[in-house]
Design a protein around this ligand. Structure first.
Ligand code: 3HC
Ligand code: NAI
Length: 688
């Protein structure tokens, strides 16, 4: 195909008032794929040669300015023209080139704007270099141009942090020259005309110098590196970004650009970036569910949350943060007030930290009402969100009460962690309106929302569940009904494997360290001590010293709350290995005849995490998850599975499925290995 044909329909070109306007239209987000690059290349050449044009505006149609390089092209061969070719052409233009930004100018999109002589934006626009969240760095001059305009420190914040800046803030740092009120194109044309009339210089960022001399820049960069050491753990991209910014401050522009490209290429082939790019698409794919496109989500403009405990309060906070009025219900005034007080305290905390204004804090608190009368609270709302104790009989009773009081067309949702949603739905006269909305603690913070479809849940209700995720700024993953749904079920083998493993020799501290080093913030024993050994499946009446957990619970070692569990704790809750717990474990091993040996950290990781991979594969083969990448999204966003591995399924693919299956045959026995996993391993296939 000729280049002209490639770019056909992607751009329009016109000249208004002596200013050429090149508008790109490549839905959905104007990513800078091959056809867009060709259209830009052609449009710029045309404007340069066009005697009627004294300046050029580059802008986009659709919902946003360029969203960056086309991530789906990464990993393959990149066809010319590349971004740097286009940027060179812009810089070389003898006519001023102005970027006119709306929506988000991200990554390569913002780098294009930085290569222009001037940048204007509407007030609602955002600009940023988020490549770090793909395990990359801005590879088209972003690390070299940003410090030349905004200074080394702002460049570090913007590029290592990866969070976009609003137009007003960007203007303060010099990254945006002017904010346009009203129509963007008309404003940009007027701005360009003024540049021409005033004979404004062709401002090439490459010719500017950074704000600090090389020694001062090195010192600032060293201080930044030291202050952010913890954030960099496990990730390669932040370190490379810092090196690229250092190159901007210490090398001539073209050499800096070369260094940036080397550092970019190093990241592009790194396992972290492959994993993070997998997660980028996995998060978006999770929203694609087998519900017809014309099934529209229902509007959720009011909510009643039943149960004002840990989860009910967190869920209410999440809705209030999204501007949805909530009535919080519990059995008595004391309980409901405890919950509401906690919510108000959360908002006060946000105000104190300067995260929201006092007026916003008051507005959110003002959307909260409380009640002890379930029937009247439930009657008017669009969504009833149940979060009472995890007890099937109680949930059935509460759902029968909700069914009797809720209006027709209301969604009836349960936050159950493990119970059978279909049994809960059967307690109502309208199971098609019942759905699971499984939040993770703290519900106002954690990004995962498991949307659980029961056997009878209707498509509009499922679509609404997924839309609620978006409404709350969360990632929604669809799950079928099973014990623990996707995330809790997949992670259960990590705990059971850990309990079995300590009997064979490793200490809880050694197991936790191996898992911490893999990238989890908490190992299984740190986690169980925090949550409490007594609440995770301990039955006081029937406890008979049959497991280490039962013995520890019987000794009153329930974890942090009792100053001892698998670890001992001092007054400041600092953990240290517990000789008492270790003796319990060794005595138990001796009593049950478990042979002892030493384990390497790698073996510990295999023993704990390969069974998670196996459970994930079972969840996929049973159709509980729609696809393996949904398991990755659920565990990364719900359980803190390290992002740079891409989640258990992506990680398993990178380790190699035959190796994992061979190890699982030993660890859990051949009969327990997922047939899907075994089949893929034999065929040379992959999970993701
Ligand atoms: N490349 C390819 N596809 C992209 C893309 C990109 N840069 N950005 C978004 N898409 C796709 C998504 O996969 C999705 O596809 P789908 O509809 O088939 O699932 C579609 O565009 C819409 O995306 P979202 O659902 O995310 O749309 P939103 O409106 O919610 O968000 C956005 C829009 C804020 C632009 C968001 O898509 C986003 O953050 N995109 C990525 C931005 C980014 O990371 N850019 C840097 C790229 S790397 C780079 O530029 C390297 C350079 O330095 C050389
Ligand atoms: P919790 O014990 O903190 O709160 C439960 C609340 O429900 C209490 O305030 C109680 O008074 C109230 N309640 C009980 N019966 C009621 C009734 N008939 N009417 C009104 N209110 C009633 O429990 P938590 O931790 O908030 O759990 C709630 C649900 O969320 C459970 O199903 C649990 O499995 C699930 N869940 C819990 C998570 C966690 O980390 N705690 C995570 C995800 C889900």
């Amino acid at each position: 195909m000729s280049e002209a044909a490639v770019a056909e329909g992607v751009s329009t070109y016109k000249v208004t008032d002596g200013v050429a306007v090149l508008a790109i239209d490549s839905p959905p987000v104007n990513a800078l794929g091959y056809s867009v690059r060709v259209a830009l290349d052609e449009g710029i050449s045309r404007a340069v040669a066009d005697d009627a044009a004294k300046a050029l505006i580059i802008r986009c149609d659709g919902r946003t300015f360029f969203a960056g390089a086309d991530i789906s092209e990464f990993g393959g061969e990149l066809r010319k023209p590349d971004l740097n070719d286009i940027f060179l052409a812009i810089e070389a233009s003898a006519k001023p080139v102005v970027a006119a930004i709306h929506g988000t100018a991200l990554g390569g999109g913002f780098e294009l704007a930085l290569a222009c002589h001037y940048r204007v934006a509407v007030a609602s626009a955002k600009v940023g270099l988020p490549e770090v969240s793909l395990g990359l760095l801005p590879g088209a001059g972003g690390t070299q141009r940003t410090p030349r305009i905004a200074g080394v420190e702002t460049a570090l914040e913007l590029i290592v942090g990866g969070r976009p800046l609003g137009a007003a803030k960007a203007q303060k740092t010099g990254l945006i020259d002017e904010i346009i009120e009203g129509d963007l194109e008309a404003g940009a044309v007027a701005y360009a005309r003024k540049l021409v009339e005033e004979g404004a210089p062709l401002r090439r960022v490459r010719d500017m110098s950074v704000d600090l001399d090389p020694e001062a820049a090195k010192a600032a960069i060293e201080a930044y590196r030291a202050a952010h050491k913890r954030d960099f753990r496990g990730f390669k991209a932040p370190g490379n970004i810092v090196k690229a910014i250092e190159a901007a401050a210490t090398l001539p522009f073209d050499e800096g650009l070369k260094r940036e490209w080397e550092l970019f290429e190093e990241l592009m082939s790194s396992s972290e970036s492959i994993a993070q790019r997998h997660l980028f698409f996995a998060e978006r794919t999770a929203g694609k569910i087998p519900v017809a496109r014309d099934v529209k989500p229902l509007v959720v403009a009011s909510v009643a949350v039943i149960g004002a405990g840990t989860m009910g309060s967190g869920i209410a906070t999440a809705f209030l943060n999204a501007g949805v009025p909530v009535t919080l219900v519990d059995r008595d005034e004391a309980a409901v007030e405890r919950g509401a007080g906690g919510i108000r305290k959360t908002f006060a905390g946000l105000v104190a930290k300067g995260r929201i204004t006092e007026a916003e804090g008051d507005r959110r608190s003002g959307l909260l009402t409380t009640s002890t009368d379930l029937a009247s609270a439930v009657a008017p709302v669009d969504l009833v969100m149940e979060a009472v104790f995890e007890d099937i009989d109680l949930k059935k009773t509460v759902f029968a009460q909700i069914d009797a009081a809720a209006k027709q067309g209301a969604i009836l949702a349960s936050n159950t962690s493990f119970l059978d949603l279909d049994r809960i739905a059967a307690a109502t006269s309208r199971p098609e309106w019942v759905i699971g909305l499984h939040f993770f603690a703290p519900a106002n913070i954690m990004r995962l929302l498991e949307v659980v479809r029961g056997a009878k849940t209707s498509d509009p209700v499922i679509a609404t569940g997924m839309a609620i995720g978006r409404q709350l700024g969360k990632i929604a993953v669809l799950s079928g009904v099973c014990d623990g749904f996707i995330a809790n079920r997949a992670m259960t083998p990590r705990m059971s494997s850990a309990e079995a493993l300590v009997l064979e020799g490793p200490t809880p501290a050694q197991v936790d360290k191996a898992i911490n080093d893999y990238g989890f913030a908490m190992g299984p024993f740190q986690m169980i001590d925090l949550v409490g050994l007594d609440v995770i499946g301990w039955d006081r009446e029937n406890s008979a010293g049959r497991t280490v957990q039962e013995v520890l619970c019987e000794m009153d070692r329930w974890g942090q709350k009792k100053n001892g569990g698998y670890y001992d704790y001092d007054e400041a809750r600092r953990a240290s290995p517990s000789p008492v717990a270790e003796k319990v474990i060794r005595d138990f091993a001796e009593k049950t005849g478990v042979p002892q040996r030493s384990f390497t950290d790698a073996e510990i990781v295999e023993r704990l995490l390969y069974p998670v991979v196996n459970e994930g594969a079972r969840i996929v083969e049973e159709g509980i998850a729609l696809r393996a990448s949904d398991v990755d999204v659920a565990l990364v966003t719900g359980y803190g599975w390290p992002v740079w591995t891409g989640g258990p399924m992506c990680w398993a693919d990178s380790v190699g499925l035959p190796k994992i299956v061979a190890a699982l045959d030993e660890i859990i026995g051949p009969d327990a290995v997922s047939p899907l996993l075994r089949k893929l391993a034999a065929e040379g296939g992959s999970l993701t």
